[in-house]
Design a protein around this ligand. Structure first.
Ligand code: FPP
Length: 235
């Protein structure tokens, strides 16, 4: 969700106004995904590197996140959304941790959209914690070296319960993955838009999905090997 600061600057507003408007986009996109029947939506809300921002901005964002969780969870729950998080939860402020755990628990039995917030997350952090646990289990002999496969690594990542993303949407015209789901994005389709996150609303989500539906996903194979169908998108 990139570009909150630039969206605000363009309008002569403080960066905080961009983050506030960014929350409105979160609301709109989550609602649109739930209505479309999208099964999984993962929002990269706060990266491991974002902690390096000025203290003032960090605390404002944490307060904004806490408020959004408090204000929105009931609505998410009523709409059958299951909330989850990935990331180093212990580094978040205590009140945010508590709110998250409460909201995740409250919505855990829901069967609609799975909304995952990536908070204090980075792909390298995820791979590091996976390797740490793999080494632990190998030493404790609950994991044999010979059994270590791609599937094992997938199961030790914080996203073990999520499928690999079909589509990655990057806002504000940046051509980077910025330490997001490094392992999981191996074969994801990428859609990049110049719009800043606060201006990214459901109209452009529909454009991104339509664009995705026209792509041919070959997963390293050639066209002729793929099942015959109008498009390979099954979002
Ligand atoms: C990136 O814009 C945005 C962030 C680092 C924070 C995103 C957080 C929210 C939208 C609010 C809370 C989230 C939820 C899930 C309710 P930027 O500040 O990097 O913008 P810039 O690149 O233009 O400076």
């Amino acid at each position: 969700m990139d570009g909150n600061g630039r969206w605000a600057k363009q309008r002569g507003l403080p960066r905080t106004a961009g983050h506030q408007e960014g929350v409105e986009s979160v609301r709109d996109i989550v609602e649109a995904c739930a209505q479309l029947g999208v099964e999984f939506l993962t929002l990269y809300a706060w990266s491991t590197e974002n902690w390096k921002r000025p203290q003032e901005e960090v605390s404002l964002l944490m307060r904004l996140l806490l408020k959004a969780l408090r204000d929105e969870t009931d609505r998410l729950h009523r709409n059958n959304v299951r909330l989850q998080m990935i990331g180093d939860i212990a580094t978040l402020p205590r009140d945010v941790q508590n709110e998250l755990m409460e909201d995740i628990q409250k919505t855990q039995a829901n069967t609609g959209l799975t909304l995952t917030l990536a908070l204090s997350y980075s792909g390298r952090w995820d791979l590091t914690q996976a390797v740490r646990r793999i080494v632990h289990d190998a030493r404790a002999t609950t994991l044999a070296q010979a059994d270590l496969s791609e599937d094992t690594i997938t199961r030790y990542l914080s996203t073990a319960h999520l499928p690999d993303p079909d589509l990655l949407i990057r806002t504000s015209g940046e051509f980077r993955i910025s330490n997001f789901l490094l392992w999981q994005l191996a074969y994801s389709e990428i859609y990049i838009t110049p719009r800043f996150w606060p201006a990214f609303r459901r109209d452009e989500l529909y454009t991104a999905i339509t664009d995705y539906q026209r792509r041919e996903r070959r997963f390293g194979m050639v066209s002729e090997q793929l099942p015959k169908q109008g498009n390979s998108g099954d979002l």
